[in-house]
Design a protein around this ligand. Structure first.
Ligand code: ADP
Ligand code: MG
Length: 243
């Protein structure tokens, strides 16, 4: 399988503290990867390094074979990378659909052009349909429920038509039925060709979703294998004890 993302020997330090230590990860086109690890193990930092929110100290990040380590995050978005944030921050006073017009116009079309408004609007609607939020398109974002906010965050991420989607705890705090719905949506997105890395604490969700599970502990990858392999790995089990 062709490689989509290569994280090569990446180290990231915050002042004296090493948050990521020689992390290497290869993600193939179309894959579904679960990224787990105790709190503070570096999952969000890795996502920030991949999406370009943070600069890496050493190593390299390649996307579709190209070294993008020095690219700003908006350039990576244009190249086909999207991520969701652990804490979604929509423009609360704007409508759901208007929240999507902003990234669509800046990332996909590059400028605000009144001539585009209608097609951008229908693209926004399509993103909302894909995350099952089209019926709430005219609601105020500030009035959405938790699960609807998660869906809006996903819609925002996919509106730029990414090849890679990285989700940072898109299910945290949701009820079991809602977790299952978000999981279904992610599986549908993957089936349309989007490669997905999912950071998640809810193990049942990670197990159902992932073709491969990678475990971080104290900034290092301690296991990268089939779901059953990673879950039964003694080091992974030890990392979770006391958490
Ligand atoms: P996770 O997402 O796995 O819970 P994080 O990647 O958020 O973990 O954090 C990994 C470690 O890096 C933690 O010890 C955290 O305190 C530290 N860290 C994360 N971001 C910063 C930052 N911007 N400045 C300093 N330390 C940070
Ligand atoms: Mg995190």
């Amino acid at each position: 399988m062709a490689s989509l993302l290569q994280v090569e020997d990446v180290t990231k330090r915050f002042f004296g503290f090493t948050a990521l230590s020689n992390v290497s990860l290869d993600v193939a086109v179309g894959e579904r990867i679960g990224l787990i690890g105790p709190n503070g193990s570096g999952k969000t930092t890795l996502i920030n390094c991949i999406s370009g929110v943070l600069k890496i100290d050493t190593g390299a990040i390649l996307f579709q074979g190209e070294n993008i380590s020095a690219l700003a995050s908006h350039r990576r978005a244009k190249a086909g990378m999207a991520r969701t944030f652990q804490i979604p921050m929509p423009f609360r006073s704007m409508s759901v659909v208007d929240n999507l017009m902003v990234p669509l116009e800046y990332i996909v079309h590059g400028l605000i052009d009144m001539a585009n408004v209608e097609s951008v609007y229908s693209e926004a609607h399509e993103s909302l349909r894909r995350v099952r939020l089209a019926d709430r398109m005219n609601a105020r974002a500030g009035d959405l429920s938790q699960v609807e906010l998660r869906k809006l965050e996903l819609a925002r991420a996919i509106s730029a038509r990414p090849k890679l989607l990285v989700c940072d705890e898109a299910m945290a705090g949701l009820a079991a039925k809602e977790v299952s719905e978000i999981l279904d949506i992610l599986l549908e997105l993957n089936s349309t060709g989007i490669t997905i890395i999912m950071v998640e604490h809810i193990m049942q969700a990670v197990m159902r979703f992932s073709q491969r599970i990678v475990c971080l502990s104290a900034g290092r990858i301690i296991c990268d294998g089939l779901p059953e392999e990673t879950m039964s790995n003694p080091e992974v089990r030890r990392a979770y004890l006391g958490n």
